[in-house]
Design a protein around this ligand. Structure first.
Ligand SMILES: [Zn+2]
Length: 517
């Protein structure tokens, strides 16, 4: 028997085989076995046994078997054999995680890094107390004063079509009042993030070499432009002639994250009254361990959160107070939510897989489903505003009936994949056709998926975050940036005010309302 094509083997049914002679059946069986072997090998190929990149591996597989990751106690036990001379600067590693061979950062005893560049100061800023601390009398410029402390601040000035780095000396003065009391001006201190047994906690402070606009610029390069700390350092030195250490760069990015956290809490509280929210999630890695990046998109906010894939993470974004509509994919955590629109794009993709694969009658079912679902989306879009007596309305009713009937006919198909899709649609029927009745609802989850694009690219470039704190800060920072972008307001002017307020401990400015532009 001649060599059979994939289509001939996969397309064969009982009738084809019965018509074959014995030698033909033997040859058919051998060729089919060979084909199954070849495909099984292809399916089993991953980054560990082929030239495929690790990014093509399933995230679940990576979480279990990968060398970089460990979720159980086995690897941790071997990690306990850490030398007694281990530096105290070692980052805190949660229980059950493999310890890295070397902690990040400088080895103890190695020479430190400091600026080789002298700071050329272009001006001075005097900070004088405005009123007496004892009698509250106004302290004029004529009162005797002395300089108590001073520090240099390098900041970025943002002009029209211009960026300029400038350094200023900030002097803090003590002023004596007529009553005899001396009031001392001091740099403010603000928000802090403390983690036990960490050598140096993050404490926001006005006495800082990097001014709020420059800190914002550095944070923008990290969270929006997806540059690594090292690349940002290189950029500042090569293009602005500014030498900052990687630790300083990192601090600026963390300052923005910490300053953004209270804004995110406010946004989450505010979106509970939204009419419509798109939700989606994508894998995220924290020190190689699989986490999930969730996104919730409403008309005026884009909120990110890194957590587990469970219902608890979902509940952090969508509380019981949320009464609006959710647009989601088919993930089970969403299923018990009553007012829900299922993303049709996901179902169409599954139907395309059936249509293009070898599923006998199932392929025809897939083709019909792709056609009918696409047509349904088009018809509903045409039917806006809905008109019950319209011809389009009747066509929509016919389409819905046909989709349902098709699924009912195929829910007992011999092929598991065909059966599964038919049942999935029937089980989630109300969520699939919700958008037909409500013109407010989109048929797909594109808004949330588009919001995740940025995060997916950041994950591919930066391999995720390393600590719980880093994950929280990153999610908070991109929430502020994306929400500002959604509202068509300048994220960076707001971020600057946010950092400046967090450094002095004053209440954070409100996130600007959507701009009309
Ligand atoms: Zn006084």
């Amino acid at each position: 028997m001649a060599k059979l094509t994939v289509a001939e083997i996969a397309g064969a049914d009982a009738e084809t085989v019965t018509r074959m002679s014995r030698p033909e059946v033997d040859s058919f069986a051998l060729q089919a076995a060979e084909m199954v072997r070849r495909f099984a090998n292809q399916v089993a190929a991953d980054s560990s046994n082929s030239s495929r990149p690790p990014s093509s591996d399933s995230p679940y597989q990576r979480d279990q078997g990968g060398k970089a990751v460990c979720g159980d106690g086995r690897e941790a036990a071997s990690g306990e054999a850490k030398p007694a001379t281990a530096p105290q600067t070692a980052p805190v590693i949660p229980q059950g995680e493999k310890k890295p061979e070397k902690p990040s950062g400088k080895r103890p005893g190695m020479p430190g890094f400091w600026r080789r560049q002298p700071i050329v100061v272009q001006g001075e800023v005097a900070h004088r107390p405005g009123e007496c601390g004892a009698c509250h009398a106004t302290l004029g410029a004529d009162k005797p004063s002395r300089l108590v402390s001073a520090h240099n601040v390098i900041d970025l000035e943002r002009g029209d079509m211009a960026l300029q780095i400038s350094a200023k000396k900030h002097g803090f003065f003590a002023v004596r009042c007529d009553c005899g009391h001396e009031t001392i001006a001091a740099p403010g201190t603000g928000a802090s993030s403390r983690i036990e047994s960490r050598k140096r906690d993050l404490l926001l402070n006005e006495r800082c070499l990097v001014g709020p606009m420059l800190a914002t610029f550095i944070a923008a390069m990290a969270v929006r432009m997806r540059l690594s700390r090292e690349k940002i350092r290189e950029f500042l030195l090569d293009w602005l002639g500014l030498e900052l250490s990687k630790a300083t760069v990192n601090r600026c990015i963390h300052e923005f994250g910490l300053a953004s956290e209270p804004v995110v809490e406010e946004l989450i509280a505010a979106v509970q009254s939204a009419e419509l929210a798109n939700l989606d999630e994508t894998p995220w890695y924290q020190k190689g361990k699989l986490r999930w990046m969730w996104v919730m998109v409403t008309a005026t906010a884009v909120i990110f959160r890194i957590g587990s894939r469970g219902k608890d993470s979902l509940a952090e974004l969508v509380s019981e107070a949320f009464l609006g509509w959710l647009v989601t994919d088919g993930y089970m955590a969403y299923r018990n939510y009553p007012r829900r629109q299922r993303c049709l794009a996901h179902l169409i993709r599954k139907a395309v897989a059936l249509a293009e694969g070898y599923y006998h009658n199932g392929s025809g079912f897939g083709r019909d489903l792709v056609r009918d679902l696409r047509r349904l989306i088009e018809r509903v879009a045409e039917n806006d505003p809905p008109n019950r007596d319209d011809k389009t309305h009747k066509a929509i009713k016919r389409l819905i009936a046909r989709i349902k009937w098709n699924c009912q006919c195929n829910q007992y198909d011999i092929d598991a994949k065909v059966r599964a899709l038919a049942r999935e649609i029937l089980n989630d029927w109300d969520a699939i056709i919700a958008f037909v009745m409500d013109p407010l609802l989109p048929a797909t989850n594109n808004d949330a998926e588009r919001a995740l694009r940025h995060v997916v690219l950041a994950r591919l470039i930066g391999f995720g975050t390393r600590t719980d704190e880093g994950s929280r800060f990153y999610a908070a920072a991109i929430t502020v940036v994306e929400t500002c972008r959604k509202r068509k307001v300048d994220p960076w002017a707001y971020a600057r005010d946010l950092i400046a307020a967090a450094r002095t401990g004053t209440p954070h400015p409100k996130i600007p309302a959507p701009s009309a532009a």
